[in-house]
Design a protein around this ligand. Structure first.
Ligand SMILES: NC(=O)c1ccc[n+]([C@@H]2O[C@H](COP(=O)([O-])OP(=O)(O)OC[C@H]3O[C@@H](n4cnc5c(N)ncnc54)[C@H](OP(=O)(O)O)[C@@H]3O)[C@@H](O)[C@H]2O)c1
Length: 354
């Protein structure tokens, strides 16, 4: 039985995901003690409010991770590759929001509603990875289907919000819209997107690979197969950035082994945790990013059986990429660890000494 409080640090606390992590830990009254908020040297000494206290941002670069039991990382993959590994070596357990370790064999890729069973033992890497923000809602929908009807293939077209590129992504969207509205002579910056995003759609997210797919598209396939333990599942995606501030959407076409009706799908998803199903019986009864806003649910509508292929269906999914796709999933991983106590959460070093 653990008697002492679990001490937690947030790396990337000044960013879009970090900000939401702080809010959720507070709102959901997660029973841990937040002892450090970390970011780059640009943010050192900025103040962050948490549970009525003021915490000063410290430099991630020099922080001593042996003082905490657990650290959330959301400061980019290159930062995690150095500092999450350093934190794990100092004995802390890591919940990492980046792409750095997701496909590593010794690192579980966790969506608590889907594969919480993988949290039974402390991972050899001391890292638990949070999947990509578009992958999480899709696997949340696929898992209940997979349990009753094997999946053959999944085709996903995503419509991803600017906040997926962090706070600077949001700033660039706003600047790019102003540029058009105000007919500004000098073009706004678009470092975060492959083309200006205001009044536009950009069919390229993350690095373009040699085969013509982008890394974002590849992540959807490889991560879905790992989370669902479905190594033979065929997944293919086109990922598009759209001028929406928050909430990613996706049109998903799923080929099952046997016929499946919209009624059966609606029932499966109503019975699954934290999914809101839209019947679509009335015009306009479907989720959109503006309707969904900040939400702790996966929203699914436009559920249609393919008339030429009764074993296949389309659906439309919308979810808050900052919450469902990052911060909430990460907090729910921690909540699962705290509720199931599958292993000692204390800093590995402290646990060994105790
Ligand atoms: N946004 C999403 O929907 C989403 C979803 C899933 C996963 N993620 C992943 O989560 C991570 C953060 O995303 P975000 O949207 O929160 O980005 P963001 O708004 O740009 O925030 C980035 C955070 O990382 C910190 N940071 C950047 N470089 C650093 C460095 N060299 N050393 C220390 N701290 C550094 C920043 O600190 P400063 O303020 O000091 O610069 C800031 O706190 C990314 O890896 C992203 O891929 C994001």
């Amino acid at each position: 039985m653990q008697k002492d409080t679990i001490k937690v640090a947030i790396a990337g606390a000044t960013g879009a995901v970090g900000h939401e992590l702080l809010r959720l830990l507070e709102l959901r009254r997660v029973g841990v003690e937040l002892t450090a908020v970390l970011a780059s040297s640009r943010s050192v000494d900025k103040e962050v409010r948490f549970n009525g206290r003021t915490l000063r941002v410290q430099s991630l670069e020099t922080f001593d991770f042996s003082t905490v039991d657990l650290a959330f990382f959301s400061a980019g993959s290159s930062v995690s590759r150095v500092h999450a590994l350093r934190a794990a070596a100092a004995g802390a357990l890591i919940i990492d929001n980046t792409n750095a370790f997701r496909m590593d064999d010794d690192t579980p890729l966790l969506v608590p509603q889907v594969n919480a069973r993988e949290l039974r033992i402390r991972p050899a890497s001391s890292i638990i990875a949070n999947p990509n923000c578009s992958t999480i809602p899709v696997v949340r929908l696929l898992e209940p289907v997979l349990r009753i009807n094997p999946l053959r293939s999944v085709i996903a077209c995503t419509y991803q919000a600017a906040s997926g590129a962090g706070l600077t992504g949001l700033q660039e969207l706003d600047a790019s819209i102003r540029e058009v509205i105000e007919n500004q002579p000098s073009p706004a910056r678009h470092d975060r997107f492959a083309a200006p995003l205001g009044y536009n759609v950009v069919p390229s997210i993350d690095v373009l690979e040699e085969d013509g797919f982008t890394l974002e598209e590849r992540k959807m396939g490889q991560e879905s197969r790992k989370i669902l333990s479905a190594p033979a599942l065929h997944v293919s995606a086109t990922c598009v950035r759209v001028p929406v501030r928050n909430c990613h959407s996706a049109a998903v076409y799923v080929q099952c082994e046997r016929p499946i009706t919209p009624e059966a799908l609606r029932q499966l998803w109503r019975d699954a945790p934290e999914i809101r199903v839209y019947d679509g019986k009335e015009p306009g009864d479907f989720p959109t990013p503006r309707l969904v806003g900040s939400s702790d649910l996966v929203h699914v509508g436009r559920i249609r059986q393919d008339p030429e292929n009764p074993s296949a269906f389309w659906c439309w999914v919308v979810s808050d990429n900052i919450r469902i796709g990052a911060a909430l999933n990460a907090v729910q991983i921690l909540e699962t660890l705290l509720s199931q106590r599958p292993f000692d959460l204390r800093n590995n070093r402290r646990a060994i000494q105790a």
